[in-house]
Design a protein around this ligand. Structure first.
Ligand code: SF4
Length: 231
């Protein structure tokens, strides 16, 4: 089992009950929040999430249909060479690194997991190109295991609200995870991501935010802070 990073959790602005209330307000503002990546099975979501690094979901969704038509299974992708993928995934950026990650991921699935995507965080993060955020995306959306992905939007929004306090995604994941029942983790992450994309942008639209009365950023007069204003 992979060693867990020891982290100390700083004191938060809100008690956990307020965190749950804030999330309910935001869930009502963004009903049905879910990943915007298109996928039909865990393998496709894993590959799409690897491609989504530093790229919009919209652009990834333009690339993946032809990619999955050519490589419909991990076994098919495992036989490819990274260079043979490059032109196909070039629009997603960082295509050389991503090509190696995709082929390495598929080969590891075939070699160690009989070609299936494991429903286990520690096993997922051992796959090439798969970090904790990607693993949590796949667990929560395609494998029925609660996952709490923390991306730049979750990091920014949660810190501004005061429901987390750290620039470290692992710490923020643990702070939010401690405040919420496991069954709500994935929806909470999807909701915060959507809120960060639409409302709590780098320049936030606070007058359109249903959680503004509970927001630490607003209470403190919108003062910038490294933990709150990650892009
Ligand atoms: S009130 Fe403003 S800063 Fe606070 S969460 Fe809403 S949009 Fe973001």
């Amino acid at each position: 089992m992979a060693a867990r990073r020891p982290v100390s959790l700083p004191k938060l602005a809100h008690p956990q009950a307020v965190t749950r209330r804030i999330l309910r307000l935001l869930e009502a503002q963004h009903p049905g929040a879910f990943t915007e990546l298109t996928f039909r099975n865990p393998y496709e979501l894993l590959a799409a999430t690897i491609l989504s690094a530093q790229c919009t979901d919209e652009r990834v969704n333009q690339v993946t249909p032809s990619l999955f038509a050519r490589y419909p299974t991990p076994a098919a992708l495992a036989k490819a060479t990274p260079t043979s993928l490059e032109s196909q995934i070039q629009p997603t950026g960082f295509f050389r690194v991503k090509s190696r990650s995709l082929v390495g991921m598929a080969q590891a699935l075939v070699e160690h997991h009989d070609g299936a995507v494991p429903a286990d965080l520690d096993a997922l993060v051992r796959l090439p190109g798969v970090g904790r955020k990607t693993a949590n995306v796949v667990l929560g959306h395609a494998l029925g295991v609660p996952g709490l992905p923390v991306d730049r939007h979750v990091l920014r929004v949660a810190n501004r609200l005061g429901i987390a306090r750290s620039a470290d995604p692992v710490v923020v994941e643990r702070q939010l995870g401690a405040a919420l029942p496991k069954a709500r983790w994935t929806l909470a992450s999807d909701t915060l991501i959507l809120h960060g994309r639409r409302i709590c942008k780098p320049r936030p639209l606070c007058d359109r935010c249903r959680a503004r009365q509970q927001c630490l950023y607003v209470a403190e007069g919108g003062r910038p802070s490294p933990a709150r204003d990650t892009q």
